[in-house]
Design a protein around this ligand. Structure first.
Ligand SMILES: [Zn+2]
Length: 287
């Protein structure tokens, strides 16, 4: 039994065909062209599925940006804006003439890392995305736990400072306004007047401003991750997204998390993802 997994991203759409052991038989990557609108995205996915399909293929899973409304199935909060308000699952099923599974990208990431990646063999896994935005997904016993209204894992809009930074969601002090890539770049700009990406900022370890920037980053990371551990007490946390490449999160960052947890015996592993950019397509194969 073969499976096709499609990862619909803002700039590229990737598809894989895998066998029963989740070994990749074929992989294809095409530009998303979201400027050409929703219909173009549907056709891009259709073409990818048809190119990857072999006679034994039975399932198609799609990993999409944005949340899926539990009531209507429509996509909301997507940074690929032409998807907002669309019934992507139904529309793809019509155009492909077969049933498909669909899940948001943070849940696909958590599922892939829990089943095939860094957190393999752990029961309760919290997958964290830290990049342009901050999000996450929860996997329990190898299955996504999406919650009553599909918001489980959305720790990026958890408030860590009641009168803190304004967030686009309309509230103040959300985690995302402190430890997302853009938030960390904004903070660096306030301290130094430089506009540089996080990957460049972390090369400035000799500067005084760096000590201030890093201290605040680690305190906010520690507090926000500790809140997740206090509520879930997961067996493992896996970090993904662009900021997961920052090495100090796994030692100094982890220590700050432990200091903030309500327990004197905390030892939750905080792991770097193993699947990298491929978590989306593997997650899509697993849903
Ligand atoms: Zn928010």
């Amino acid at each position: 039994m073969y499976k096709i997994g499609i990862d619909l991203g803002g700039t590229k759409t990737e598809g894989v065909l895998v066998d029963e052991e989740f070994q990749v038989v074929e992989r294809k990557r095409v530009p998303t062209n979201q400027n050409n609108g929703y219909e173009s995205i549907l056709h891009t996915i259709k073409d990818l599925v048809n190119e990857l399909k072999n006679s034994e293929t039975t399932s198609v899973g799609v990993c999409t940006p944005g949340a899926l409304s539990k009531e209507s199935g429509l996509i909301k909060n997507s940074n690929t804006q032409c998807l907002i308000g669309k019934d992507l699952k139904n529309d793809l099923e019509k155009i492909l003439d077969q049933e498909i599974s669909i899940e948001n990208d943070a849940n696909c990431f958590a599922l892939a890392e829990a089943r095939l990646g860094a957190a393999k063999n752990h029961e309760t896994v919290f997958g964290v995305i830290m990049g342009t935005g901050v999000g996450g997904g929860l996997v329990i016993d190898g299955k996504i736990h999406s919650g009553r209204t599909n918001i489980a894992g959305e720790w990026g809009h958890h408030c860590i400072k009641p009168n803190g930074n304004y967030c686009y969601c309309g509230r103040n002090g959300c985690v995302e306004t402190y430890i997302s890539g853009p938030a960390l770049e904004k903070k660096w700009n306030e301290l130094t007047n430089q506009n540089i990406p996080v990957a460049e900022i972390v090369k400035n370890s000799q500067e005084d401003a760096y000590k201030t920037w890093k201290k605040e980053f680690l305190e906010n990371f520690g507090l926000s991750m500790a809140n997740v551990i206090d509520i879930l007490d997961p067996d493992a946390i896996v970090l993904g997204g662009g900021l997961s490449n920052i090495s100090f999160l796994y030692d100094e960052g982890k220590n700050l998390v432990y200091e903030n947890v309500f327990s004197d015996t905390v030892d939750t592993p905080i792991l770097k993802n193993q699947l990298g950019d491929s978590a989306g397509v593997f997650g899509a194969c697993l849903i």
